[in-house]
Design a protein around this ligand. Structure first.
Ligand code: NAI
Ligand code: MG
Length: 348
């Protein structure tokens, strides 16, 4: 198996270094090839996603991605490379699982105001459409720069395939023992009547083709409140690109925060695994980023390549470290990225 490793910026290289060490320890036969992307790459080459990186990602069996720092001001020629990669590789399904932190077992002292009694029973997945919506890159200025327009692209094809992916996932989770399989279709069709109107119509058509799995629809604003307050009521949430981006950050609080949130970007026969978090400039360079989200990405990658035993070993080692420490500051500990990574490898 060949894996393209794209560390990126900020804490990306710090956490991905840990994930790569774990991957090497558990699957020494895996070939790893590093490639550049992000803000540093843009400054070096004038390209955030160099052609060589895209070619390497295409040629590999899977991609491990860290995080990139994308400026919030407009920079001519710069586009977020992760958004580009998802579209170029047609990684249409962004799968973001959140399993509630068993806080009593972990003796954690995380500061998570919305962590509540429901958090521990949370076991949900956000299935986010990854190729269109408001992230389709159709933004422009008009009126001499005084009017900004973003087009929200929704197609029948992309909506149908993401909702099918959600129902397939709900079915496989049920087969693996998850009680009460259900797909929650999240939209804002009451206001975005045309674009989310189409998403909703297509989603309900797909739902009708899957009568064995329960479904419901929910407007995104109330969905955000319920994800915060009663996460245990959800199983699989399927939604458009921007809504899925936001809802998954809300949901990840129940799993212990961004330092523990991982995601898979899946297409036909292709996959990219990345932590949900970004480049975290506030802690970058300090060696204190939590590497467990990135390490779980390595486990997801192994599982996707049908190496279930190796994936289970990584997860068991990470769970033991979560429970007994060492822990990084985001989880109330005082240890470093490297210490946590070393502890996971020792547990392997
Ligand atoms: P962020 O996810 O980088 O950080 C948010 C907060 O969570 C920060 O306080 C950070 O210290 C903390 N955090 C994140 N990951 C952590 C970890 N592994 N361990 C401990 N604490 C962690 O989001 P932010 O600050 O909004 O964005 C920073 C930069 O990252 C921006 O340039 C943004 O464009 C980029 N970004 C990139 C993403 C990607 O590459 N997929 C996703 C989100 C943001
Ligand atoms: Mg995000």
């Amino acid at each position: 198996m060949r894996v393209c490793v794209i560390p990126g910026d900020g804490i990306g290289p710090e956490v991905l270094g840990a994930a790569v060490d774990v991957l090497r320890a558990v699957a020494p036969d895996v070939e790893l090839a590093e490639a550049e992307a992000g803000w540093a790459a843009f400054q070096r080459h004038g390209e955030a996603l160099p052609a060589a990186t895209l070619a390497a990602a295409r040629a590999a069996d899977a991609v491990l991605f860290g995080a990139v720092a994308s400026p919030s001001h407009s920079v001519p020629g710069y586009r977020s490379p992760i958004v580009s990669l998802r579209r170029e590789l047609d990684l249409y399904a962004n799968i973001r699982p959140v399993v509630g932190l068993q806080i009593a077992d972990c003796r954690l002292q995380i500061e998570a105001p919305i962590y509540n009694l429901q958090s521990a029973i949370c076991n949900l997945v956000v299935v986010r459409e990854n190729t269109e919506g408001l992230y389709a890159g159709r933004e422009r200025l008009e009126d001499g720069g005084d009017t900004a327009i973003a087009e929200r692209l929704i197609t029948r094809r992309a909506s149908a395939r993401i909702v099918r992916a959600a129902f397939d996932l709900a079915r496989s989770r049920a087969a693996a023992g998850k009680a009460h399989p259900k797909v929650t279709i999240v939209h804002k069709a009451n206001v975005l009547r045309v674009s989310d109107g189409l998403f909703r119509t297509v989603a309900l058509e797909v739902a009708a083709q899957h009568p064995d799995i329960a479904h419901e629809e929910m407007l995104v604003d109330v969905a955000a409140m319920r994800v915060a307050q009663t996460p245990g009521r959800f199983d699989v949430i399927v939604t458009t690109n921007l809504f899925g981006d936001i809802l998954s950050d809300v949901a990840c609080i129940h799993g212990g925060g961004l330092g523990l949130a991982s995601s898979a970007n899946l297409g036909e026969g292709r996959a990219l695994f990345e932590p949900v978090h970004g480049a975290a400039p506030d802690i970058a360079g300090q060696g204190i980023a939590n590497p467990l989200a990135a390490i779980e990405c390595a486990a997801m990658l192994l599982e996707w390549r049908r190496r279930a035993e190796a994936a289970a070993r990584v997860r068991a080692a990470a769970a033991a470290v979560m429970s007994d420490g060492p822990r990084t500051p985001d989880l109330g500990g005082a240890s470093t990225t490297a210490e946590v990574a070393r502890a996971v490898i020792e547990r392997l």
